[in-house]
Design a protein around this ligand. Structure first.
Ligand code: FES
Length: 318
């Protein structure tokens, strides 16, 4: 794995308890200079060891221009990134981050915004909520978690008025479901969703008939077929002047690296967007979770860590 988009050296300034299984981590620049600015929805790669690189949403607004803050959920089923932060991180230690990257930005619209968060999916959405509120926009945040004690930012959000709806799924009540809420919203509404895979899948299913530009989602995990072998294919790298064969068991990214082509990447499973490359010609089998259905159809770009070409004619701007 490699940090892309430049490397920012920071110090871990503080670790705070959030809710069971979720801590908040604040990083600050080493030289007291402001860190690169970002908008709600942005994330950074955090390098926790040479081979451990993970993506986390940045909380907005930053407490101070020299600081970044992220929330990290301990994942027993994960690949060890969250365990490293939860059990091995030490305040004062230095970390390397990527520059912020945003594949889940707020799109300008005059319509009302509705934000749907599940669990740790609150982190990009509370940032959007705060920005929209600060600019006087019409916004409603719907947030599902098992109980108030498991709801990150519960205290702050409790003080908001009608435009925050907090739903607890394990307190004996029957809270409204995503379906119940979506059914009340007009097609023009701007909808954003971030949460567990099942929730985002459900959001996609329920919003299928709405205009594509009005529905936006972010996923944390790869699709099941993202890293499966596929058919062998040929690719021409226009700028490098090479034609390569990608065998069934390797990714396009791996083949480019082996050929000495300089490529940016991070998650290597199709969720971060770091390896996006422009497609100049040819057919693509998209396997990432970054592109929208419309972007997949237009196929103007692809994530080379997981998506594959079909047949012989793929040409990339690489
Ligand atoms: S490296 Fe993250 S999408 Fe490809």
């Amino acid at each position: 794995m490699a940090l892309s988009d430049g490397v920012i050296k920071v110090r871990l300034r503080a670790i705070e308890y959030g809710v069971p299984g979720i801590n908040l981590y604040t990083f600050e620049s080493l030289d007291g200079q402001p860190l690169p600015a970002y908008e709600p929805g942005a994330h950074v790669d955090v390098a926790m060891a040479p081979d451990v690189l993970r993506q986390y949403s940045l909380l907005w607004p930053a407490v101070h221009p020299t600081q970044y803050r992220i929330a990290v959920q301990l994942s027993e089923a994960g690949k060890g990134g969250s365990r490293k932060l939860h059990f091995e991180s030490v305040v004062g230690a230095e970390y390397a981050l990527s520059a912020p990257r945003n594949h889940f930005p707020l799109r300008p619209s005059d319509e009302a915004f509705h934000l749907f968060a599940g669990g740790i999916g609150i982190t990009p959405l509370i940032s959007m909520y705060r920005q929209l509120k600060a600019s006087g926009r019409s916004v409603t945040l719907y947030y599902w978690a098992s109980s108030p004690q498991h709801m990150l930012f519960h205290e702050q959000l409790c003080h908001e008025q009608d435009d925050v709806r907090l739903f607890h799924t394990r307190t004996g009540e029957s809270p409204p479901r995503l379906n119940d809420v979506l059914a009340t919203l007009p097609d023009e509404a701007q909808l954003y969703c971030c949460g567990p895979q099942g929730m985002v899948d459900e959001f996609d299913r329920l919003t299928q008939g709405r205009p594509e530009g009005n529905t936006h989602r972010e996923r944390f995990s790869a699709t099941t077929d993202a890293l499966q072998p596929g058919d062998s294919f040929r690719v021409t790298l226009q700028r490098s002047g090479m034609t390569l064969t990608v065998p069934a068991e390797l990714s396009l990214l791996q083949v480019c690296e082996a050929a000495g082509v300089d490529v940016a990447y991070s998650c290597e499973e199709g969720v971060c967007g770091a390896c996006e490359v422009r497609v100049l010609a040819g057919q693509v089998e998209h396997r990432d979770t970054v592109l929208t259905p419309g972007q997949r159809q237009r196929s103007e770009s692809m994530m080379i860590c997981c998506s594959r070409g079909v047949g012989e004619g793929l040409v990339l701007d690489l």
